[in-house]
Design a protein around this ligand. Sequence first.
Ligand SMILES: Nc1ncnc2c1ncn2[C@@H]1O[C@H](COP(=O)(O)OP(=O)(O)OP(=O)(O)O)[C@@H](O)[C@H]1O
Ligand SMILES: [Mg+2]
Ligand SMILES: [Zn+2]
Length: 502
Amino acid sequence: MFSRVTGCTIVGIEGKPVDVEVFLSSQLPSFDIVGLPDTAVREARDRVRAAIKNSSFHFPPQRIVVNLAPADVKKEGPQLDLALAIGILRASGQLAAEETDRVYLGELALDGTLRPVRGVLPMVLAARDAGCRKLLLPLANAAEASLVQGVDIIGVTSLEEAVAVLTGRQQPPPLPRTVSKKEKTAADFITVKGQESAKRALEVAAAGGHNVLMTGPPGSGKTMLARCVPSVLPPMTEEESMETTKIYSAAGLLPENSGLITVRPFRSPHHTLTPAALCGGGKNPRPGEVSLAHNGVLFLDEMPEFRRETLEVLRQPLEEGTVTVTRLQAAITYPSRFMLLASMNPCPCGMLTDTEAECICSERQIHAYRHKISGPLLDRIDLFVDVARLRYDEVAGRGQGEPSKAIAERVAAARRLQSRRFAGDGIRCNAEMLPQHIQQYCVPDAAGRDLLRHAFNRLRLTARAYDRILKVARTIADLEGEKNILPHHLAEAISYRQTMAF
Ligand SMILES: Nc1ncnc2c1ncn2[C@@H]1O[C@H](COP(=O)(O)OP(=O)(O)OP(=O)(O)O)[C@@H](O)[C@H]1O
Ligand SMILES: [Mg+2]
Ligand SMILES: [Zn+2]
């Protein structure tokens, strides 16, 4: 006796349909699953057997062999449980096969309850793209599944209910509606007093998608400034929304019944996080912070406090916009295009650059502190920003800063120029320019070249830093709506590289 049903699994942030073939034969009772890793087999077997027994069905006392195809797709996690159970019920004649194909998703608890799984959005998209139009899955995942157009979703809460609905004995429960959650309004630059040059630098960064390191004494407002950046970033495109929502779904971080994510993420991981938590991975691999920040901001507050090996793994995502997690046999790639914002004190005590206070650190301590951030990582930062402590009159004054809305409009205008410029180039903003784009779009005039030569020698720049200056200058020109890169654009871009001893 034989049955075939379709399930789905997830690899990275992409769903992969899986054929579940169940063979029953009248030999000594046994239950084998071919095509899963050992521990996953053991766990799935236990759950499926108990769920069937505890749902007023009988578990066939026969030899059961389940084959999962394709064999080369890594199948992890419990999302195949429901497909396995439905396959066994069909092969043993307890449930008739349907005429049209349907995809089954969900984890079974021992008592037969159907539990939500992560990665539903990518799995439903993959099922639809493979031609399956009908899905049966946990009710708690139904709202997320219904974000996909053109599929017919049924959500149930148990194996028992799944069968009752499939046999027509029960109407499917109504689908929960997605509630777009009240978006926390991001901090607004209007609350920031003074700090005009830091705000300008962050505007440039937002306009071109550039990476920033802010340096300044404790309490100067670095954290506050960083938290305002999302309020000036351009709105997400539909494609970006879908991509980011898929990542959160795969990570199991999408709140129940939430709609698509439409606000750019702002991730601010604690400095104790491990390299795996930053870049992704684990036994059942999940996206890390660099992917959760995809299309948004990754903020590393107090960057030197992070472990050096943690910072080192940032190099690939910063350079390539993706991160590869290698597992036993498979390599999984997650998207990770984010804007890096980092902050640090100039020295361990924080007072080195302060004009009023005395720094109590030794040369050695200062060197060791800065050395925690390696040269190659610093090379990937476009703007270095000094954030000075506010003067008394600035703190006491009521002078309101410019509201984020006004800044956001300039940023959006600059981004529009970039979208037009890069249409067909496969990149979205100036920060993503490759050498060929720099050659094409960042051509300084003779005076500009003079300025660059001078800065190159004086600041002992690397070739990479040189390219970064050109990219930042391009953004500054875009903010002015200027087609050509003029010397004053370059001068400002260069000024963002001479902070401190970096
Ligand atoms: N420019 C500013 N305008 C208004 N308030 C400010 C400003 N700078 C700092 N503050 C106030 O000081 C507090 C501390 O600032 P913040 O935490 O951003 O400093 P920091 O530079 O991150 O310090 P640390 O190095 O200790 O982390 C803020 O919560 C805010 O209330
Ligand atoms: Mg801070
Ligand atoms: Zn110090």
